[in-house]
Design a protein around this ligand. Sequence first.
Ligand code: HEC
Length: 118
Amino acid sequence: MRNPFLAFSLIKKTWLFAVIILGSMMFQGLYAGNGMGESTYNEHCSGCHGGGFLGWLSGAPEIGNMEEWKPFFEKGVEKMKANALKGVGRMDPKGGCDKCSDEDVEMAVDYILSKTPQ
Ligand code: HEC
């Protein structure tokens, strides 16, 4: 590159481009919302809340089954989230997922409730 100023401005443009791409990727990650709740649920909650043997054994309310969730709904969603975070009955804090953040668990609760018509 003969002209050092031209080279400089090209680098600046490349940086700007990289920042915009990275920024929008982070933005998407933050606002993926339900998608993330779904993957947390599939990985860490469905074992018990998806019915099946563990669900039966632990007595966890099953996703999509309003009869079983009714008593929990009556406490209110905020209370359910708080209980899911600190553990309740036979469920460990955060459903046993130590590496899940509070937000992960709350989004997983939202996911379960979104699949359970009231
Ligand atoms: C080891 C099995 C097990 C796993 C794994 C598990 N749960 Fe539970 N969960 C239970 C059981 C059992 C209950 C009923 C607790 C009770 O009242 O005795 C329950 C209750 C709940 C409730 C209602 C809380 C209340 O009392 O208000 C929510 C919400 C919930 N679970 C969300 C989740 C989420 C989100 C995950 C995954 C991050 C998860 N659970 C993973 C067994 C499990």
